[in-house]
Write a protein that binds this ligand. Sequence first.
Ligand code: HEC
Ligand code: HEC
Ligand code: HEC
Ligand code: HEC
Ligand code: HEC
Length: 430
Amino acid sequence: MSSGENNTLLSKVALVMVVAIVVSAMRWGPDVLPRTKSTQGEVLPVEATEQHVPPLSKYMEQAPFEESEWLDKHFKTPVPAQGDAPEDWPEITGSLQPEQCGACHPMQYADWKESWHAMGMGPGVLGQLVDFDGKNDKKVRQCNRCHAPLAEQYPYLEDGVENPDYDEEMRSKGLTCAGCHVRDHERFGPPKEGSPLSGAPHGGFTARDEYKSSRFCYGCHDFRAGEGLMGKRFQETYEEWRRTDYAARGVTCQTCHMPKGRHLFKGVHDLDMVRSGFTATANANTNGSALTGQLRVENTGTGHRFPTYTTPQVTLVMEQLDASGTAIDGTRQTDAIGRYLAPNLKTERFDNRLMPKESYALKYSSKRNKKAVAIAARVEIWPDEAYRRLYEIKLRKPENHPIGLAEVQKAHELSIASRFVAWEQRIDLN
Ligand code: HEC
Ligand code: HEC
Ligand code: HEC
Ligand code: HEC
Ligand code: HEC
């Protein structure tokens, strides 16, 4: 079967599956979860590797770290409150609300609204923060820094001191246009082909090359030095990227995540994006009653580790099928690719994330079931897996979340609903 054909078909199959998740608890219920190993409320993929990939210092830098005082200042948070816009600006032009930017920049707005940046204060984040407000403001400020960086989005700027500029509605909008583009009502953006319009609304804009650079994303997609485990920070995407051929060739974060300037920011939650990032191959061999096989995944298109964050889990599955195409009980073997940390972030259970050109395989070995006519190999993406585990723990103590409980519940449901099949193949046994 040609893989192109196969892929189109599979993409349809996968979409149907995503829709079917909610109704099909059997397919996506506990049976798909790896079996439990630890008694501390953790579910570990039993067969998962014992691997611990090395720190980035073991990989050669392909591009230098780009210093930028301008960016350091631009993303110093909270971004100071912007106050009133110049008096001669019409109201729409002075507004920091993304909808208002969207009136004149409809394309950027339409893309951004569907992006994860607009979800910066989604139920998973807000559900946790509302019960800290006024109680643990340091924590709230820490999260706001990347998720909703404008001062107008901080309920408290100092412990226990209400922020007079706080705008609750603005907070719920997460990482807005203004968060990346506006300081003191001045617009900043990438240099434009041709000369800027004079007399443009909001006084035109200031062009900065940094908007074209991967370094633009560093402030939020790399945690600060000092945090981390086994020499690896919990998030260090820019530093990973600097050690890839993509960096050497000038393929930036924007090239892949903002193609042609589009504000899509698609990532691990998106089927097509994920499929552009890896290649899978599977095989199976029978020898008498023995059945062995392999499902190998290689990072062939992701410009950093696949996956980069500690949250997603790439779940590898192989199982035997009977003549009706149904999976035979007891024949499933699973493994995972990701960085699995204990909930307290103090222990790394495994880390087998893949830098470009690296690969990892599930090795299947079992007796051939009498009814087996084929073996199915599948790559499942669980984008929010570490958060799902965290929400599960939180939901055991509902009393700790008097205000945010419903949001945490919703986030938990969404974290399961976000799973999808990114690749699947059936191998007929002779
Ligand atoms: C009334 C219409 C209007 C509104 C409202 C508006 N803009 Fe603009 N914006 C423009 C126009 C027109 C230009 C083109 C200016 C030029 O080419 O010199 C522009 C240019 C820009 C640029 C630079 C584009 C580039 O090529 O680099 C950025 C960034 C920008 N706007 C961001 C925003 C943001 C963020 C908001 C909301 C906070 C906003 N704008 C609200 C009309 C508007
Ligand atoms: C240094 C920047 C940074 C800080 C600080 C930060 N986050 Fe995040 N967070 C991110 C990024 C980036 C992602 C998305 C990463 C990805 O998908 O790889 C994310 C994802 C998430 C998600 C999953 C996405 C969602 O909306 O459900 C949750 C929940 C979350 N963060 C909660 C928090 C909380 C709570 C805090 C404060 C304790 C916090 N974050 C602090 C950068 C940050
Ligand atoms: C996470 C930061 C971020 C957010 C949020 C964001 N932008 Fe951008 N924006 C960028 C970057 C980076 C570029 C440069 C992209 C490139 O040229 O490759 C850009 C480019 C632009 C441009 C120049 C023309 C273009 O499309 O390349 C405009 C106009 C613009 N953004 C408006 C907006 C508006 C309006 C919003 C909200 C609806 C928004 N941006 C949200 C980072 C952001
Ligand atoms: C001000 C902080 C900030 C900046 C700057 C920023 N991001 Fe993000 N980004 C976040 C946060 C926070 C999230 C998670 C939002 C949420 O809670 O869902 C995120 C999510 C994402 C995701 C979604 C991943 C997924 O889970 O599917 C992608 C992709 C992404 N960012 C790419 C970029 C790129 C590329 C740039 C630079 C052009 C950039 N970001 C700049 C804070 C930032
Ligand atoms: C060559 C293309 C490419 C480049 C360059 C690239 N990415 Fe990605 N990125 C991907 C693909 C494909 C995925 C989906 C697979 C995955 O989740 O790892 C992805 C996923 C992500 C995610 C989702 C979370 C996760 O754990 O994977 C974030 C966040 C992200 N990229 C941020 C960035 C940032 C920031 C940069 C620049 C420092 C960057 N990317 C550079 C292709 C790229």
